[in-house]
Design a protein around this ligand. Structure first.
Ligand SMILES: [Zn+2]
Length: 656
């Protein structure tokens, strides 16, 4: 591992916290050091208070910040002298510790300081860096881990056995450091947990971390344990409907819709097919704090009920020995390994599932390298339980606040690259849904740089392309709960006598047949939606009030409308609702250029502004207005409504 330190870049970060921010980000950039909120850093600064008195302040990473993107505001200042006194108490309960830290912050509104704040405080050095480096975990979780670490580092590190984070760990480290540290000591290895380094300045502390981690990397290479070796994977396969059923079962046990993210890439598939997968996967995570996102063990196979029984037994084995009463979390798995399916990460949101996948990606490396050193073993089940049911960890999850309405659900939108479709994507994302966005434009694939949005280029008139898109959507999110049939074409204006066969067929193909195919393909998925399936049809004012010259368009939209009504009749017994909305005069879409608007306005003897508001209410209807209604039609407001047709046109005399 190489130091990424660069003086010119470091200089970009001004202020007393600048170097701390810079080197924290360098650590955060390397996923083999810290992952998703893992790890923490601190600096001790001497500052003047309002009375001109000097005071020692500990700035420590606040919870909710990732090292990779942390800013000065992400470091919480606490009164160092006070926190050190706390660490010297004979005992301190977790709630007391949290109360003391929160009442000794020096900036109102700062994030809650890390649960490892006391540990940072007791270390005498100005800069302290803490990671959960993969390679250190591989060595320390192999047989004779402590001896190996000792042989590797000598007196450059103090070795700390596994102790749960918080007051006890800080007190233990303070004692060990006082008794064991020598002039060469530059860090601490916390067995089965991670690595600390420290130094007088940001660069020294950071580069010591890199040096210590590199030593473990070199050792793994010497022991032929660096390259992660897996047997060749046999291709696996699973029908999308089977995945959707599995998601239904998981969501039922979890008590809320869940996102399932499948990974059948060579590494995950080969691990799922490993002859010893049961032994390797059923011990625990690479470092205990993963457990709040992953639960202690992945589910092997697809028996969700059996997993729940095992999880309940685990809870009942350990809860009676806990200091205070514990309430069992839901018993649904957060990870699945299966020979055919590969790996599935499970989360309340698409982001949570993506994080679980990342954590396990690194866990596989840690496990297999420890295995190459003689045999992987995790911390005890008891230790895992204590972290999983530790109030401070549970509080991290609770802080996320009330979940948006569509959290854990999946919407599929067609014609999603522009206009109403694009606005629908935004409306569903804002409500917490994961979105599969289809469009025939290649631009759609580039919009999707976030875990809850999958943009797929797809010609909806090609049934095979639609099937592939559904496969991809279900692989990424586990199912489809809501469908927005938006893609459509408006052929050039032609009187009936001159309608070309081409224009007619195109309108019927895109506006009707493609939607029929999509409905047919989606039905088995919608049936397994945890909160029942919902379909929204983006219709048209022309269904009710057709215009001259728009025969192909009006006829096709009317046919789609009738299709939706019959679908509502047939699918009600599956709990699936299908409603239509009929927009008119939505001018902020790709169809309407400024020139076209100007020419239409002129034809009516109006200004563009007047033309935009040419409806009973004299109001402008935007793509966003339509999208908000489409999203609401999938929500609780319309829970008892199916086969409705709602105009969204500012009022039209021919429609009322
Ligand atoms: Zn840690």
């Amino acid at each position: 591992m190489k130091s990424l330190w660069n003086d010119a870049d470091a200089a970009q970060h001004a202020g007393p916290l600048g170097p701390r921010v810079y080197s924290s980000r360098l650590l955060g950039r390397d996923k083999s050091l810290v992952l998703h909120g893992g790890g923490n850093t601190s600096v001790k600064l001497r500052e003047k208070n309002l009375f001109g008195e000097e005071q020692d302040v500990l700035y420590v990473k606040g919870s909710g910040w990732d090292l990779e993107s942390i800013e000065a505001a992400g470091f919480t200042p606490v009164d160092l002298a006070y926190v050190r006194r706390l660490a010297g108490l004979p005992a301190l309960s977790d709630p007391q510790m949290v109360n003391e830290l929160n009442t000794h912050m020096l900036r109102a509104g700062a994030p809650a300081p890390s649960v490892e704040t006391l540990l940072h405080a007791v270390l005498p050095h100005a800069y302290v860096d803490h990671t959960h480096a993969d390679v250190v975990l591989s060595v320390s979780n192999a047989p004779r881990g402590a001896e190996r670490i000792r042989a590797l580092y000598g007196d450059r590190v103090v070795i700390i056995p596994y102790v749960m984070p918080g007051f006890d760990l800080a007190a233990y480290c303070a004692r060990a450091l006082r008794d064991e540290a020598g002039p060469k000591t530059i860090g601490m290895v916390l067995l089965s947990h991670g690595m600390f380094s420290f130094g007088a300045d940001a660069r020294e502390s950071y580069e010591r971390m890199i040096e210590l981690v590199s030593i473990a990397e070199d050792e793994l290479a010497r022991q032929q344990a660096w390259a992660v070796r897996l047997p060749e994977a046999r291709p696996g396969s699973v029908a999308r409907q089977t995945l959707a059923e599995l998601r239904g079962a998981v969501s039922a046990v979890a008590g809320a819709p869940m996102i399932l993210r499948r990974n059948a890439g060579p590494k995950f598939l080969a691990f799922a097919q490993h002859p010893e997968v049961a032994r390797l996967s059923q011990q625990g995570p690479a470092t205990p704090d993963h457990v709040i996102r992953t639960k202690p063990l992945p589910m092997l196979g697809t028996d969700v009920a059996a997993f729940g029984t095992q999880y309940t037994a685990y809870f009942e084995r350990h809860a009676p020995q806990a200091k205070d009463a514990k309430t069992m979390l839901d018993t649904a798995p957060r990870m699945l390994l299966d020979r055919e399916i590969g790996f599935v990460a499970i989360g309340r949101t698409a982001k949570d599932a993506a994080i679980v996948e990342d954590l396990y990606d690194h866990t596989i490396d840690v496990i297999l390298r420890a295995e190459a050193l003689g045999g992987w073993r995790a911390v005890s089940e008891r230790d895992l339980f204590e972290i999983e049911y530790w109030d401070l960890e549970q509080a991290k999850l609770r802080r996320s606040g009330a979940a948006p309405a569509f959290t854990g659900e999946v919407a599929l939108v067609t014609g999603a690259a522009s206009g109403i479709g694009r606005a629908c994507v935004d409306a569903f994302l804002r409500r917490g849904a994961a979105v599969v966005a289809l469009d025939r434009s290649a631009a759609i694939a580039e919009t999707a740089n976030r875990p809850d949005l999958l943009g797929l280029q797809c010609d909806v008139t090609d049934p095979q392309a639609l099937a592939r898109a559904l496969d991809d959507g279900v692989e990424r999110f586990g199912g489809i709960d809501m469908l927005v049939l938006n893609a459509g074409v408006f052929p050039a204006t032609q009187p009936v006598a001159e309608v070309s066969q081409d224009a007619w067929r195109t309108a019927m193909s895109v506006n009707v047949e493609a939607n029929l195919h999509l409905l047919q393909l989606s039905h088995p998925l919608l049936k397994h939606a945890p909160r029942s399936g919902r379909v929204v049809v983006i219709g048209s004012k022309n269904v009710i009030a057709p215009g001259p010259g728009a025969a192909a368009y009006s006829a096709s939209k009317a046919a789609l409308n009738q299709l939706a009504r019959v679908t509502a009749l047939e699918w009600a017994s599956d709990g699936i609702r299908i409603n239509a909305l009929h927009p008119d005069a939505v001018y902020d879409t790709g169809l309407w250029t400024d020139a076209l608007l100007a020419s239409r306005a002129k034809a009516y003897g109006m200004s563009v502004e007047q033309y935009r508001r040419k409806n009973l209410l004299g109001t402008e209807v935007t793509s966003r207005d339509v999208a908000e209604l489409a999203a609401e039609m999938c929500g609780p407001l319309f829970a008892k409504t199916t086969a409705a047709q709602v105009p969204i046109d500012g009022g039209n005399a021919r429609v009322v």
